[in-house]
Ligand binder design. Structure first.
Ligand code: HPA
Length: 272
């Protein structure tokens, strides 16, 4: 990775009208419909963006959008890259470096996750307060990383405390349950065994998923304030584990979507 590669992509996007976005948003499972709330001014398929990771078949619909929500300029990743699709951690996080190059000053991320903390129920939302990286690597482990920021990036407060306080206040005002917790990131794509769920609980995870942590590490590397919210789609009880039901997971994420949209939209509205 080098700075010229990022600059080429940033300049290309500026030429397509991606000018001065304030907020970057990564739409995971459970936030896709936020797109219908954006006044879209420019959009481009990932496959047409120079230096973006080469799309897998599953990734046909990946798009970068630019527009306004609540009078704020946003750049939105509709679809993200996962480690389990075969990308490297540097490829997965390249778009975050590009959004930063476009000038965003805040990054919002959503994802779907399994509830390890059994006081949290399926359909609930959880604000990430901290995380555990179990993906077996770092997006910062490359030779020229020091050209972009500190190699030994501090992670004592990985999620922005001010934005976290604001989104918790928004949740309260709108009577939306928003738990706070620790997200453990695994590679996937297989789900966890009973023994792995017990292990995740012992080490202090409240939720488990297959994304987000690489992007958050890179945001910290860039000193870019970041927040992330999980839709909890299944309850990971090792003593009552049933085979995973992916259509049910997607249905639960869909049902929680209006709550997630209210949180993000109201937060954007309240930012000065
Ligand atoms: N494990 C990992 N990722 C997930 C899960 C899970 O139980 N549920 C949704 N994403």
């Amino acid at each position: 990775m080098n700075i010229e590669t990022i600059d080429t992509t940033v300049d290309f996007l500026k030429g397509k009208g991606f000018l001065s976005p304030e907020i970057g948003i990564v739409l995971g499972t459970g936030l896709g419909q936020l797109v219908s709330h954006i006044n879209i001014e420019a959009e481009i398929n990932y496959s047409d963006i120079p230096n973006f990771p080469v799309s897998t078949v599953e990734f046909h619909s990946g798009k970068l959008l630019f527009g306004t929500i609540e009078n704020k300029k946003v750049v939105v990743m509709q679809g993200r890259f996962h480690l389990y699709e075969g990308y490297t951690l540097q490829e997965i996080t390249f778009p975050i470096r590009v959004l930063n190059g476009l000038g965003i000053t805040k990054l919002f991320i959503s994802n779907a996750a399994g509830a390890i903390n059994l006081n949290y129920k399926k359909g609930d939302l959880m604000l990430l307060d901290d995380h555990i990286n179990l993906q077996g690597g770092s997006p910062l482990a490359f030779a020229t990383v020091a050209d972009f920021g500190d190699r030994f990036t501090d992670m004592c407060a990985p999620y922005d405390e001010d934005l976290n306080a604001k989104i918790l206040a928004v949740a309260k005002e709108n009577t939306i349950t928003l738990h706070k917790g620790v997200y453990a990131a695994v590679v996937g794509p297989q789900l966890e065994t009973r023994a792995e769920y017990r292990y995740l609980k012992v080490i202090g995870a409240d939720a488990v998923g297959m994304s987000t942590v690489p992007e958050v590490i890179v945001a910290n590397h860039l000193s870019l304030p970041v927040i992330a919210v999980s839709v909890l789609t299944d309850e990971c009880d090792p003593d009552n584990l049933k085979p995973v039901n992916i259509p049910e997971i997607i249905a639960i994420a869909g049902k929680a979507e209006p709550k997630m949209i209210t949180l993000f939209k109201t937060l954007i509205q309240k930012l000065d």
